[in-house]
Design a protein around this ligand. Structure first.
Ligand code: INI
Length: 157
C-alpha cells in the first residue's frame, strides 16, 4: 500500500492570506491566529503576504488574482455575521462557492477560513476564545495542503 499525506512543514513555504476588512474585530483575530500557527511551524514572516479586501464577497476574486504569484497556498479569512436581512446568505453563499470553484481549478490550494455565524457571540467564540481560533485551524489545513500538493506534483514524475 502506498499512502500520500501532507505534513505540517512550514519551512521554505510561502503563504498568501486574503482577508476581509469587514468585521475586522473578528478577522484580525483570525489573521493573528493564522500567523502564529505558521510561525510556529517554520514559516518565515517574510514569506507571508496579506491582502486585505473590503468584504468577504471580494475574497474569491482577489484569491484568484494572487494564487499564482508564487505562493504555496492561499488562506482565505473572513467573518460573515447574520443581520436582519437576507444579505448574510448571499455573501456567505458567494464566498463559499467562489473558493470552492477556485479549488477545482489547477493551481495552489485555497483554504476556507471564513466564519459564518448567526450572532456576534458565535463569531467571537471562533476567533480565539471558547471554540478555538478558525484562523489557526485554516493555517494548519494550509500547511498540510501545501505539503500534500507538492507531493502530488511529484507523483507523476
Ligand atoms: N462582508 C463580510 O465579510 N461579512 C459580513 O458579515 C458582511 N455583511 O454582513 O454585510 C459583509 N458585507 C460586505 C460584502 O462582503 C462586500 O464587501 C460588499 O457587498 C461590497 O461588494
Amino acid at each position: 500500500m502506498k499512502e500520500i499525506k501532507g505534513g505540517f512543514i512550514g519551512k521554505g513555504k510561502k503563504f498568501a492570506v486574503v482577508i476581509s476588512r469587514f468585521n475586522e474585530f473578528i478577522s484580525g483575530k483570525l489573521l493573528a491566529g493564522a500567523c502564529d500557527c505558521l510561525a510556529r511551524h517554520g514559516v518565515k514572516d517574510d514569506d507571508i503576504v496579506v491582502y486585505w479586501v473590503p468584504g468577504s464577497f471580494e475574497i474569491p476574486g482577489v484569491a484568484r488574482a494572487v494564487r499564482n504569484l508564487g505562493c504555496d497556498c492561499v488562506l482565505c479569512l473572513g467573518a460573515v455575521i447574520r443581520g436582519d436581512t437576507p444579505h448574510f446568505d448571499y455573501i456567505a453563499n458567494e464566498v463559499t462557492k467562489g473558493i470552492a470553484a477556485l479549488n477545482l481549478e489547477k493551481g495552489v490550494p485555497l483554504v476556507y477560513g471564513i466564519i459564518t455565524a448567526d450572532t456576534i457571540d458565535q463569531a467571537v467564540e471562533r476567533a480565539g476564545t471558547k471554540m478555538g481560533n478558525k484562523g489557526w485551524d485554516a493555517a494548519m489545513t494550509g500547511l498540510e495542503l501545501a505539503d500534500l500538493y507538492s507531493r502530488v506534483g511529484q507523483v507523476g514524475k
